[in-house]
Structures are given as C-alpha cells and as structure tokens.
Design a protein around this ligand. Structure first.
Ligand code: COA
Length: 274
C-alpha cells in the first residue's frame, strides 16, 4: 500500500498552522486548537509540502468522520481524500465527509470516490441597524435564554425536526452552550423552539432554528429568527449569514420572508464509505 503523504502534525506544525486555522473560525483561540490536537493528534494531518487537513467526528454517535478543513492544491485533493479515508477507517469510522465545497470543486472529490450528499444554500442579510429587532411572539409563548437544564428538551426537539444526519446529540448541544448564544421559546406544553447563534468579527451566524411540529406556522420561527438577528446586531454583527439545505423549502421561505438573500452558488457536502 502507498505510504500516506498526510502524516500526524507535530507541535511545530500546530504552531505554524494557527494563522490559517484561525481564519476558518473553527476554534476560538490557539489554545483550543492545541488542546484538540493534544487529545487526538490523528485529527490534524500535514504533508512535507505544506498540505494540511483537520478532521472531526461529525456527530458524537455517528460513524462519520468529517474533513472540516483541507489546504492543498486542487490536484492533490483526490490523494488527500484517499489518505483521509484510510485514517477514518483506522479510527473506526465507516464514512468520510467532505468539507463544504463549491459546486465547481465537487469533481475533485468525486474523483476520489465521494458522492454528493447534501446541497446547501447560503443566505445573507445586512444587519446594520437591526439592533432593535425583536421577536413578536404569540401571547402564550415566552422567550428566554436557554440553560443547561433545557438540553434534554432541545435534543428532543432536534429529533422531531431534523433527520439523523443533521440532528445534534446532547454532547454537541452542551458544547454550543459554551460557544453560542442559545434562546428558547416555551408554550403551555413546554419548550417549542430554539435558536443557536454567534457573532464574531462583525459576522453573525445562525447555527440552528427548530420549532416543534405542533407549533409551526404560528409565527414562532419568525419571532425566534428576528430575536437572534437583533441579538447578533447588538453584538456588532454587520452581516448575518446562515446555511440551509436546498430542499428545505419551509426554512427558505421563512428566511426570504424576513429579507434574507440567497447567494447564487450552492455548496455541497460529499460522502464516501471508507
Ligand atoms: C422552518 C421552521 C423553523 C419554520 O418555523 P415556523 O414557526 O413554522 O415558521 P413561521 O410560522 O414563522 O412561518 C413564517 C413563514 O415561513 C414560511 N413557511 C414556514 N413553514 C413553511 C412550510 N412548511 N412551507 C412553506 N412555507 C413555510 C411561510 O412563508 C410562513 O408564513 P405564513 O405561515 O404566513 O405562510 C420549522 O418548519 C422547522 O423547525 N423545521 C424543521 C427544522 C428546520 O428546518 N430548521 C431550519 C433549518 S436551517
């Protein structure tokens, strides 16, 4: 078997990589990147020529390993993916997931044996001046910040809102309590919706919006979205961005209704068995 050209990163590689890693916003600070590498050195791979990749289990209870970042010339992509598929297999993962790639670049990944898995739409909105935006909730619904006690109910909401590939486990939700702002909407029956969002370097990102099926089409999704946009604007976000699946027509209609603009290019996630 050919020798892998992507090898586990050394401490020096971790230092050298930080400026590039920092620009991806995958880690808050260099210490977080370093701690991840210390716990699982196999997740950061580099080549002698300076190619590099970062890997992450997609979800705690899935057999999917995701390539969250890949830096290499286009001509190296098929070989890099082949190497990373071998790493995934050795670590016990049955599947390797690509980074989010532009449609034009997808052929580099299909050449390595990957197939298209999800088509993603990116939406943006100028949020300058949106700092006064608040959600108008139905009378029986209240909004508050989430607490860790809400995690089981948020997890249950994910189970009825997303298919297995997209839904979060309780570990991911706990992690987002550290990095994101979490808000929940409750009705007489309990928790009916939640959002996760962050605002960094002038850009707000909506990471999650889910409404319980029994509470949909009553304006709660719009109200939670408006609340999140207002929050991100107050945190200094001049632009708000989010991604949704191309076939998620409900969410695309909701986002368009609030004035978000779809970017023309689709992003793709590709996957392969290892
Ligand atoms: C998408 C979602 C958040 C919408 O929440 P909601 O509370 O039902 O949304 P609202 O009641 O505020 O709807 C606002 C508008 O969005 C559009 N919309 C919402 N659901 C829709 C649907 N199923 N089909 C078409 N348009 C829809 C409509 O224009 C609606 O206005 P209207 O009811 O006056 O026609 C909800 O369906 C959901 O949680 N889905 C599963 C999880 C998900 O897809 N999250 C977003 C992924 S990024």
């Amino acid at each position: 078997m050919a020798q892998s050209y992507l090898q586990p990163a050394s401490e020096r590689d971790i230092q050298r990589m930080w400026p590039a890693v920092n620009s991806t916003h995958l880690f808050e600070e260099s210490g977080d990147f370093r701690r991840m590498w210390e716990v699982a050195p196999w997740r950061v791979r580099v080549s002698a020529a300076g190619d590099a990749a970062i890997l992450r289990p997609w979800r705690a209870d899935h057999d999917v390993l995701a390539v969250t970042a890949l830096w290499c010339p286009e001509s190296h992509v098929p070989r890099a993916i082949g190497d990373l598929a071998a790493v995934a297999r050795n670590q016990g993962f049955g599947h390797l997931l690509s980074p989010l790639v532009m449609q034009d670049s997808a052929k580099l990944y299909t050449r390595a044996g990957m197939v298209e898995h999800e088509s993603i739409v990116t939406l943006r909105m100028d949020s300058r001046g949106a700092d006064g935006m608040r959600g108008a909730f139905p009378e029986s619904v209240t909004l508050r910040s989430a607490t860790p006690d809400d995690i089981p109910a948020m997890h249950a909401l994910d189970e009825v809102s997303f298919d297995e590939f997209w839904r979060y486990g309780t570990q991911e939700l706990s992690d987002y309590f550290v990095s994101d702002r979490a808000a929940v909407a409750s009705g007489p029956e309990g928790l009916i919706g939640y959002t996760l969002c962050t605002a960094k370097s002038g850009i707000g990102t909506l990471g999650r919006l889910a409404i319980h099926p029994s509470a949909r089409r009553t304006g709660v999704g719009t109200a939670l979205l408006r609340d999140a946009i207002g929050y991100m604007a107050r945190q200094g976000a001049e632009m708000v961005s989010l991604c949704t699946q191309e076939d998620n027509h409900a969410s695309r209609a909701l986002y368009a209704g609030i004035g978000m603009r779809e970017l023309p290019d689709r992003l793709l996630l590709l996957i392969m068995e290892t």
